[in-house]
Design a protein around this ligand. Structure first.
Ligand SMILES: *[C@@H]1O[C@H](CO)[C@@H](O)[C@H](O)[C@H]1NC(C)=O
Ligand SMILES: *[C@@H]1O[C@H](CO)[C@@H](O)[C@H](O)[C@H]1NC(C)=O
Ligand SMILES: *[C@@H]1O[C@H](CO)[C@@H](O)[C@H](O)[C@H]1NC(C)=O
Length: 442
């Protein structure tokens, strides 16, 4: 008692320290563990607590469109998935887990593509990988529509940054679309998919003219076939940029964009912000370097190879490759030029855009809400969760919600006579013959 009373002889800090040493060590360990859990919970933006309180009911899909949009009235209003809720897989209730595990968890369907080599007008080589509806189903499913009795619609799929037709999520969408009665062609980026660079040009984030050539080639070869396109991630940026640049001249009936980065400059700023973003930046920078190494001589001739080798981020890589090769004053001006957001108002084909607000790679800050609302040909669908081109759903975590959404939307679009006819009519030239896909591949 007198030890405590004699306050001036004992420092309060000593007392406190003595008190703290009396607390059992495992209480400290417990506290440290709790702090770690909270740190990881926040770092990975886990939303399991929110999901539990919400009874795992997920969140509704938010649709943004012009009040008099034909696309909404004729097509999207009939899409049940877009009027339902997206429920994330409970054990993947984090945009980072969804994104990082995308290519790990998707069970790659077993099939092989048939390859067509397409040469661009500058002598470049593009690998077009085909999967026919008849390759995956014995009883050919007919996509419902008015004018589809004899013609199977074709969907062109454009992969994301450094992905190609063999990436699990690409095989998954190709397979699912083919199963639903579509013919599918994956348009690999130049230099990817195992083909060499055969001209003095490599693909960049804004290289939309290759897609234009592929679309025109397919349209010339199959003038009666309704053509659709789906782009994912950087492939969505390239697709939307192409649609905006070509405006009325696009011979597609409709398109879908999934997890589009929209504005590469905003995306670049976002990449330097959080711990996780810097991690993605590093990983993607490395995979870009890896892809460039396959074609080192061409890159070295057209850009700054030493700089590329030293690159530690996507920005560095682009600064030493695309900016140099494209003669841009600065990396920012390259990013402005390559962004699809600035062309949204010029798009004239029906376009569904899907983005998750919690996408940890392509920030929602870049979504061009106002432009999408202004253009009657566009419906923008956003979900609170889903990560980057993942949107895992179901307990097993094997199904990707966005693939079902895209399939339902394209099938409804194809079945809606006013919209698909209007587009198709514009482009059906008086063709001499209608080659069959089988001819092309045999
Ligand atoms: C086509 O429509 C019929 C009913 O009209 C329906 O039973 C069938 O499932 C539809 N097929 C597809 C692929 O949507
Ligand atoms: C918009 O589309 C038209 C064709 O419809 C095209 O001529 C024009 O260049 C496009 N605008 C831009 C900014 O690319
Ligand atoms: C881009 O590269 C040039 C040299 O080619 C360098 O001077 C400049 O600092 C780099 N910019 C950025 C933002 O890294």
């Amino acid at each position: 008692m007198n030890a405590v009373v004699a306050g001036d002889s004992i420092s309060p800090y000593k007392l406190l320290f003595r008190g703290l040493t009396l607390i059992p060590i495992y209480h400290y360990l417990l506290l440290a563990f709790l702090v770690l859990v909270i740190f990881i919970y926040n770092l990975l933006e886990i939303h399991i607590v929110e999901d539990i309180f919400g009874g795992f009911a997920g969140g509704s899909v938010s649709l943004t469109f012009h009040p008099t949009s034909d696309l909404y009235r004729e097509v999207v209003s009939k899409c049940h998935l877009l009027h339902g809720r997206y429920v994330a897989t409970p054990w993947l209730s984090s945009p980072h887990l969804q994104t990082i595990l995308l290519n790990v968890l998707v069970k790659t369907p077993k099939f092989s593509y048939k390859r067509e080599i397409f040469h661009t007008c500058d002598g470049g080589t593009i690998a077009l990988d085909w999967l026919m509806s008849s390759d995956v189903s014995e009883t050919s499913v007919q996509v419902n529509g008015t004018s589809t009795v004899s013609v199977i619609p074709l969907v062109i799929v454009i992969p994301g940054l450094t992905s190609d037709s063999t990436s699990p999520y690409m095989k998954e969408i190709a397979y699912k679309m083919a199963k639903h009665g579509w013919n599918v062609v994956v348009s690999n980026h130049r230099g990817l998919g195992g083909v060499p660079l055969t001209s003095e040009c490599f693909y960049t984030a804004g290289k939309s003219d290759d897609l234009g050539e592929v679309v025109n080639h397919l349209h010339r070869k199959h003038p009666e076939t309704p053509l659709y396109a789906v782009g994912t991630s950087l492939g969505a940026n390239i697709l939307v940029k192409y649609l905006g640049e070509e405006g009325d001249n696009v011979p597609l009936v409709g398109a879908a964009s999934v997890s589009n980065p929209w504005d590469l400059l905003i995306g670049d700023r976002f990449f330097t912000r959080g711990i996780m973003q810097r991690f993605y930046n590093r990983v993607m920078g490395n995979s870009l370097k890896g892809a460039a190494k396959l074609h080192q001589e061409v890159y070295a001739r057209l850009s700054d190879w030493e700089g590329i080798e030293k690159s530690r981020s996507v920005r560095d890589f682009n600064n030493y490759s695309a900016r140099v090769a494209g003669n841009f004053d600065s990396i920012d001006s390259f990013y402005r030029w390559a962004s699809s957001a600035r062309l949204v108002t010029n798009i004239s084909v029906p376009l569904l855009c899907v983005n998750a607000i919690d996408d940890p790679v392509c920030t929602d800050e870049a979504i061009p809400w106002d432009e999408c609302r202004k253009n009657k040909n566009i419906v923008l669908a956003t979900t609170q969760h889903g990560g980057h081109i993942a949107f895992f759903e179901g307990m097993s975590g094997k199904s990707l919600w966005w693939i079902r959404v895209v399939e339902e939307y394209l099938s409804n679009l194809h079945a809606s006579s006013p919209m698909s006819k209007k587009q198709a009519q514009k482009f059906v030239e008086s063709s001499v013959e209608t080659p069959q896909f089988q001819d092309l591949l045999s």
